[in-house]
Write a protein that binds this ligand. Structure first.
Ligand code: PMP
Length: 331
């Protein structure tokens, strides 16, 4: 019998799928790490588990305690699941601009959801600062601090990077993804470079984020905006510090969304927009590296988390984004 001992042991060991359209278009083998198969539905289950277990080991989280975090939603969902499985409570602070599906999921999981208006990081009202304050005011609480707690990237060094290396039999030539906290990019980059210095690492940055300019020219500067949830960073987080990034691409929402809709209609993969931006970045990296290479990227979460946005004709039209033919009115 092959029995998984508990729900938390379902986190990680995600499959790697060949993305056929992107591979054909670029002449490389482009592979997607199916993070949407984690129990909480996203790549963020991995750091959620590491953050909680490292805090337990350090005596920072005691029985009956409360986990508090500021999040675009996916880390909150991961933390709420881990909290339920381990007997903790969860308080999740989230900007009210994020998808309704993520809010409903957090409520369904029993987390206390605190919605706050979107604010710049420099404002005390920013969701990260509000979550830190709530943690300080709550008895026996842990502030998960995913942006600057490097247990986040350790999860990816120890699990995601190793899995990618083993699943490709060490034949991976390039890796790229976008950055929210930077845990995935930095952790996979550091982990893969431990196996081979030759793996080329690329940042795929959405518009409105400042890291493309930072890695290209050493200056944190942003341009434009993006509707992608969970990514788009304006500073070098502790997780990103020292990350071995070799090259960088700036990817528009239109480009990422075109891949999201193509992946659904041509390959039956229903993805969120950060996955589409990652795929566009993987195609750009493949074109830069030349044909025949193996490039891996992250399929961060499922499109089912964005039915009311990325797969909704009215919402797409309102944002000035292309509506795929099968969603057009009357179809
Ligand atoms: N995509 C989605 C949908 C996310 O929720 C996140 C996490 N905020 C990311 C990508 C980025 O991951 P990381 O925090 O590891 O940079």
């Amino acid at each position: 019998m092959t029995i998984i001992p508990n729900s938390l042991a379902l986190i990680g060991n995600t499959p790697l799928v060949r993305l056929n359209g992107p591979s054909e278009e670029s002449g490389c083998t482009i592979l997607g790490k199916c993070e949407f198969t984690n129990p909480g539905g996203s790549v963020k289950d991995r750091p959620a588990l590491y953050i909680v277990e490292e805090a337990e080991e350090q005596g920072l989280l005691k029985p009956g305690g409360t986990i508090v975090e500021g999040t675009a939603g996916n880390t909150g969902i991961g933390l709420a699941l881990v909290a339920n499985a381990k007997g903790y409570k969860a308080i999740i602070v989230m900007p009210d601009t994020q998808s309704k599906e993520k809010m409903d999921t957090l409520r369904a999981l029993g987390a206390r959801l605190v919605l706050v208006p979107a604010a710049p990081y420099s404002s005390p009202c920013h969701f990260v600062h509000q979550s830190r304050r709530i943690a300080e005011e709550t008895d026996n609480a842990l502030w998960a601090n995913q942006f600057d707690n490097i247990a986040n990237r350790r999860a990816h060094i120890k699990t995601t990077a190793r899995e990618i290396w083993e699943q490709t039999d060490g034949e991976v030539n390039g890796f790229t993804c976008a950055v929210g906290t930077g845990g995935t990019l930095a952790g996979v980059a550091m982990g893969l470079k431990e196996f081979s210095e030759d793996v080329r690492i690329a940042l795929s940055d959405p518009h409105g984020a400042a890291l493309y300019e930072y890695y290209a020219h050493g200056e944190l500067k942003s341009e434009g905006s993006s509707v992608a949830e969970g990514i788009g960073q304006g500073r070098v987080t502790a997780n990103l510090e020292g990350a071995p990034i070799d090259t960088q691409f700036r990817i528009s929402d239109a480009e990422g969304l075109a891949w999201v809709h193509r992946m659904l209609s041509e390959e039956g993969l229903c993805l969120g927009l950060s996955s589409g931006i990652n795929i566009a970045g993987a195609v750009a990296l493949a074109k830069q590296m030349g044909p025949g290479k193996t490039i891996v990227t992250i399929l961060c979460d499922s499109g089912l988390r964005y039915l009311s946005t990325l797969y909704n004709a009215d919402w797409l039209a309102e944002k000035g984004l292309a509506v795929p033919p099968w969603l057009e009115e009357g179809d």
